[in-house]
Design a protein around this ligand. Sequence first.
Ligand SMILES: [Zn+2]
Length: 487
Amino acid sequence: MHSREYEPVICFETHVELKTKSKLFCNCAVTHKARPNTQICPVCTGQPGALPVLNKKAVEYAVRAGLALNCAINTRSRFARKNYFYPDLPKGYQISQYELPFCEDGYLEITGDDGRPYTVGIKRIHLEEDAGKLVHSASSFEESEYSLVDYNRSSVPLLEIVTDHERNPLRSVREAKAYLEKLRQVLKYIDISDCVIERGQFRCDVNVSVRPKGSSHFGNRAEIKNMASFKFITDALQYEIQRQVELIESGKEVPQETRLFDETKKITLPMRTKEDAPDYRYFPDPDLVEVELEPGFIESIEKTMPELPDQRVRRVIDAYGISKSDALILTKDRNVINFFETCASTCSNPKKLCNWIIKDLFKLLNDASLTIESSPVAAEDFSRLVNLISRGEITEHMARAILEEMFVTGEGPEAVIERKGLKPIKDAERLEEILGEVVSDNPDIVSQIKAGDTKPLNYLMGQVMKRTGGRADPRTVRKLLAEKIKS
Ligand SMILES: [Zn+2]
């Protein structure tokens, strides 16, 4: 038990790889598929005398992010050199931004720990270039005999999004996770990055300090570098908060330092004392002129801003009459809500459509490890399947079997029904015949029902369904059976 209650102050510097066609300062392609060192030129390998030329699309994406995150867009902006040495950084400096980033003073709304909206302060958003990639000969650097360097990633555009530690910082591990999920969702909605975590397209440096609850003073913080999994980030935060509280409780000071997360032991370890801005000797890059954004440029981006997640949740609730919890599930991934809306344009029952996506289609996709973009079932076919259920032409039970078949073959529902002979038995005479058989085969049960015990009716229903291969409409069967027994 601690004598006092503590609260963490958590900040993120998130690096997001932009999905531009070419790199930030040259025409080399941005791709994860090419062979090492094939997408390089004198500019991105830092040859003397090669001059950078700014990629306009990357600036447009930075502004789009700034608008989505409620930032002020600086009409004057500047690139700076961040000096340090590393083998994957051929110039000996990284082109980044220091003073005058593209965007400042924004916020992102998440659901806070109290269940109410909480606007997390965004301090700044700036553009910078990525470094190359070191490939070690063994799984760890220490065991490696040699390391190779691939410059394909060198100068790929990154957006760095920095939260504000003074203005509404994150106050718990849960809020930290909610922030990362929401940020990733927004960036995918505005279509500036694929944010694939496994490819390093969305990675974070995490800062954390603790202080007595209610205090306005900040404790010394530890920085954990290069975290590329939400699970590792939450594990590292949990460990680090506990470690700092224990240090303070035992009267020791928390050193300001950079730490590494050990993924197997789930602990953080000291790496080095944290470097400050002066260590990098930032200065304006003399090869690049100051960027001036014309108001028309910002306005044109504003006009073409895609719908954001929160707006979309509100609109789909209004437009389709679905519940908020369903709307939140569907809008989590932009491709899912796009699929839903494509189906809904030809579907008579949006609520049923929603249920069938969330329960049945998701299950099939999960089992096959597929995303909705690669779903073998086309939106139009899925919509027709739901219409068939809504019109009572097939039972839910049959629809499930039909969907499974559609998922395997990619056929439409009608084709599956035809091929599998799953046409529902509507023919009254045919049904009548089967009902007659079931009733005469089970005289004891029939007399039981006649005597007033209606429970065994379900047994007879089951017999009918069995003999029709589940193709009879249960409501019709129940009604007909009841009539038959009475007579
Ligand atoms: Zn290049």
